[in-house]
Design a protein around this ligand. Structure first.
Ligand SMILES: [Fe+2]
Length: 309
C-alpha cells in the first residue's frame, strides 16, 4: 500500500476566487479583523494575528470559487518527496515542485484533487512575527468545509493521499478530517455540487469570539447562523456572509485530539447535538443557500476553459 505523499503540519491559508475582491478585501480588513499585507489589481493577501504570512488570499474572478488550500509541510525535501509520490500515483500537478513566486514565498507543490480543487503543500514560507494585543480578531484560518458530490471518494483521497485522519462523521452527511491535534482542518459535506461551504477563522477564546460578533453587529452584520456550539469538534460557531456571498465563520475552542486515544464516532444529526447550547436553532434556508454556493468547476474545467479561449 502506498504511503501518504507527505505529512501535513497545519492548514496555512486559503485562496478564494471572488467576484467582489475589492469589496471583500475591505470587509475582511475593516470589519472581520484581518490585515492586508499585500494588494493589487488581481486581489489581496490578508493575515491574522498568528505567525503565517497570510491566512486569506482573495483573487478577482468572474464567479466565486476555491482558488487553493495550502497546507504547511516541514521541509522543501518533503515537498520534493511528495512530488515523486504524486507522480507514482498519477495525480495531476499544476505547479512545482519549486520556489513559489507569490506573496509569502516558500517552496511548494500544487496538485489537483478528484473534484478539481487545488491543494498546495508548502514549506519555507516567509517568517512573520505573531502580533500581540487582545483585540477580538482572528489568529488565522482554522478549517475549511467543502461541499462534495462524493463524500466517500473525497475522504479516501484526503486520507490515503494526504494522510489525514477522520475524527468524526455526522451521519453520512459530513466527515471531519484532521492533520494535527485540531479535531478538523477540513470537513466534507455531501451536496449536489462541489463548492466551498465556508472558511473558519480561529478566535483565541469564547470571549474574543463574542466580542468579534459584537463588532460585526456594530457594523450592521448579524450572523446568518449562530452563535452556537457544535457537537462534532466541540467548537463555537457564528457564520456570516462576505460581500460576494461566501460564508465565513468565527470559531473558538476546537477539540484537541490525542492521536493514541481518539475514537472516531458517528454523530446523529439532531438539534441537541448540532447546537449544544441551544442558542442557534436550525440553520435557515438563507445560510444553507450561501453554504451551497454555486457549482465550482475547479481546476480541470477552468484549465479547459482557459485553453479554449
Ligand atoms: Fe466550520
Amino acid at each position: 500500500m502506498n504511503q501518504p505523499i507527505a505529512r501535513l503540519r497545519r492548514l496555512r491559508s486559503v485562496e478564494l476566487r471572488t467576484h467582489a475582491a475589492a469589496d471583500s478585501a475591505e470587509f475582511y480588513s475593516e470589519v472581520w479583523g484581518l490585515s492586508v499585507v499585500e494588494s493589487g489589481r488581481e486581489g489581496a493577501w490578508l493575515r491574522g494575528t498568528g505567525d503565517q504570512h497570510h491566512a486569506l488570499q482573495l483573487t478577482q474572478a468572474d464567479r466565486n470559487g476555491l482558488g487553493r488550500i495550502s497546507f504547511a509541510v516541514s521541509t522543501p525535501a518533503e515537498v520534493d518527496d511528495a512530488a515523486r509520490r504524486v507522480a507514482e500515483r498519477g495525480i495531476l500537478v499544476v505547479q512545482g515542485p519549486g520556489p513559489v513566486d507569490d506573496a509569502g514565498g516558500g517552496y511548494g507543490l500544487r496538485i489537483v484533487d478528484p473534484e478539481g480543487r487545488i491543494i498546495e503543500l508548502i514549506a519555507d514560507t516567509l517568517a512573520v512575527p505573531a502580533l500581540g494585543g487582545d483585540d477580538a480578531v482572528p489568529v488565522g484560518v482554522t478549517h475549511v468545509v467543502l461541499n462534495t458530490v462524493d463524500i466517500d471518494a473525497a475522504v479516501r483521497f484526503y486520507c490515503d493521499v494526504l494522510g489525514m485522519r477522520v475524527s468524526d462523521w455526522s451521519e453520512h452527511q459530513m466527515a471531519f478530517l484532521r492533520c494535527n491535534s485540531d479535531h478538523h482542518s477540513i470537513a466534507f459535506n455531501q451536496a449536489e455540487w462541489a463548492s466551498v461551504n465556508h472558511v473558519a477563522y480561529e478566535m483565541p477564546s469564547v470571549d474574543h469570539f463574542m466580542r468579534g460578533i459584537g463588532r460585526l453587529r456594530h457594523h450592521g452584520q448579524l450572523p446568518l447562523w449562530g452563535p452556537g456550539k457544535h457537537g462534532p469538534g466541540d467548537n463555537t460557531f457564528s457564520y456570516f456572509a462576505d460581500p460576494a456571498g461566501l460564508v465565513c465563520e468565527y470559531t473558538s475552542g476546537i477539540a484537541q485530539i490525542d492521536e493514541d486515544r481518539w475514537l472516531c464516532r458517528v454523530w446523529r444529526r439532531v438539534p441537541e447535538l448540532s447546537d449544544l447550547w441551544g442558542t442557534a436553532g436550525p440553520p435557515s434556508r438563507q445560510v444553507r443557500e450561501h453554504m451551497a454556493g454555486i457549482p465550482d468547476p475547479g481546476a480541470f474545467e477552468r484549465h479547459d476553459l482557459e485553453r479554449a479561449s
